[in-house]
Design a protein around this ligand. Structure first.
Ligand SMILES: [Zn+2]
Length: 470
């Protein structure tokens, strides 16, 4: 039986390797390594499952899968294998990020209209360059663009991470987002889920104005198809959504309306929800309730942090990446949205996420490259991971949240999310020590997707001055 299983998995790896070799010329430009066998020697290895950083390790990859891991002194590279000496460098699993979009904010200067613009050329590149090998798109406004992107990335035609494509938002009446459909009834929600699942969407996200009955119909239909539902909710509280069977909740606790005094059922209260203290008994209760219900929470600290005046220095690369008109829109929004009134909420939010994780909750991380427009794909993705250490996580814990936890949330933890024998060789090489300084994740050299090594800095350079244009 064991032999049969092994033969089966070898066959799978070989098939994947064959389909992956047909890269288009524009993808090939960024490939530094595309060979049947690679041996990484003398690396500092992020063992995210055991929350350890192992020194002087060798990792052997064959046909896109990890085949051996051991101390470099005990594991010589096999004959014919391409050896990459990683002395002084760190080897991480590829990031698995759960709140991503292929669109970006495009506001007029007076904020009179909320609009987002699909960026199918620059965003997939930025995601891959930052180390994201798998992303979930957490709500789509151009679903066919997202679905076709996924197909083209899988076929090696364009650069990008593997995608779990989320359907268009499940939204109710009252949306402030002119690009969204408003669902009118539970029956319509059921048909909507059916349709988008049939088109190839593999996850769903419920949004602000959905009511309980419509949300319930969507959850039941998605679960019937073995698909998951996450939510950025408002009309429905976290506790209510958990009772209805939702799988996941976005933006940490920052959009929870559970503590709005006299909240009306199925109504989204105006304004930001009141800030609850992370140490209060009611927050403690909610955290334990969600943990008991096995609800997954996605942290999106970068998009929230950029609305505060807490210590943060804008990376010059972020502004350099943008096209001139996007940069001016961005600077306009960024200066207006940064406000000291957000600082306290941010600090409480970080505490709640840490408490949720400490209580045994599965915390994942995502970028949300939208909202106020201060967060770009790629750079913002790294920032959202880095900010987890401000919430009290160690660097290796933050990396686990960005890798293994994400894989677990997608049900892919047996294939990706950690560096283990038998897993897909989705790996990141960092020039520096990630055990001490999380900001070293910015010094990314290569991103390996199924054993094929892409030059991260070359990809970043290729979008310089272009982000926002397309
Ligand atoms: Zn979002």
């Amino acid at each position: 039986m064991k032999k049969l299983l092994l033969a089966g998995s070898c066959l799978l790896v070989t098939l994947q390797a064959i389909t992956q070799t047909s890269f288009s010329p524009q993808v090939k430009k960024y490939i530094d390594y595309d060979t049947a066998s690679i041996t990484f020697t003398h690396c500092r290895l992020a063992d995210v499952k055991n929350l350890k950083v192992l020194e002087d390790m060798t990792v052997i990859v064959r046909n896109g899968a990890i085949t051996s891991i051991a101390d470099s002194k005990k594991l010589p590279p096999p004959a014919g294998s391409t050896v990459i000496d990683l002395t002084g460098k760190s080897l991480l699993p590829g990031f698995v990020l759960l709140h991503e979009h292929m669109y970006y904010a495009a506001y007029p200067a007076d904020f009179s209209y909320l609009h987002v613009k699909q960026l199918p050329f620059t965003f997939p590149k930025l995601y891959l360059a930052c180390g994201a090998t798998t992303i979930r798109t957490a709500g789509s406004v151009e679903p066919y663009s997202d679905l076709n992107l996924k197909r083209d990335i899988d076929q090696g035609q364009i650069l990008g991470p593997y995608m779990d494509v989320t359907a268009p938002y499940l939204e109710g009446k009252g949306t402030f987002f002119p690009q969204m459909h408003e669902l009118n009834s539970p029956a319509e929600a059921k048909a909507f889920v059916d349709f988008w699942a049939s088109q190839g969407c593999t996850s769903f996200k419920a949004y602000n104005y959905l009511d309980k009955a419509t949300l319930k119909a969507a959850i039941d239909e998605a679960h019937d198809k073995k698909l998951k539902v996450t939510g950025h909710l408002c009309s429905v509280t976290y506790r209510e959504a958990a009772d209805l069977g939702i799988d996941q909740l976005e933006h940490g606790f920052s959009v929870s309306t559970d503590f709005v005094p006299d909240k009306k059922e199925n109504a989204c209260p105006l304004g930001a929800p009141p800030i609850a203290s992370a140490d209060s008994p009611k927050v403690k209760d909610l955290i334990h309730f969600l943990v008991d219900k096995k609800i997954i929470i996605t942290s999106t600290l970068a998009v929230l942090y950029n609305m505060t005046t807490l210590d943060t220095t804008m990376r010059p690369e972020v502004l350099e990446a943008m096209s001139p008109d996007t940069r001016s829109m961005f600077l306009n929004v960024y200066t207006k949205m940064r406000n000291p009134s957000g600082n306290n909420a941010m600090l409480e939010e970080m505490k709640m996420e840490k408490k949720f994780s400490d209580a045994g909750g599965l915390l994942t991380v995502g970028t949300d490259p939208t909202g106020n427009g201060a967060t770009l794909a790629g750079y913002g993705s790294q920032q959202s991971i880095e900010l987890l250490t401000k919430a009290g996580f160690t660097p290796i814990e933050a990396i686990r949240i960005a890798t293994y936890n994400g894989a677990k949330a997608l049900g892919l933890e047996n294939k990706i999310g950690s560096i283990e024998v038998g897993k897909t060789a989705d790996l990141i090489v960092i020039d520096g020590d990630i055990s001490q300084n999380i900001e070293n994740i910015r010094k990314i050299i290569w991103v390996f997707k199924q054993g094929v090594g892409f030059n991260a800095q070359k990809i970043f350079s290729s979008v310089k001055g272009e982000v926002g244009k397309y």
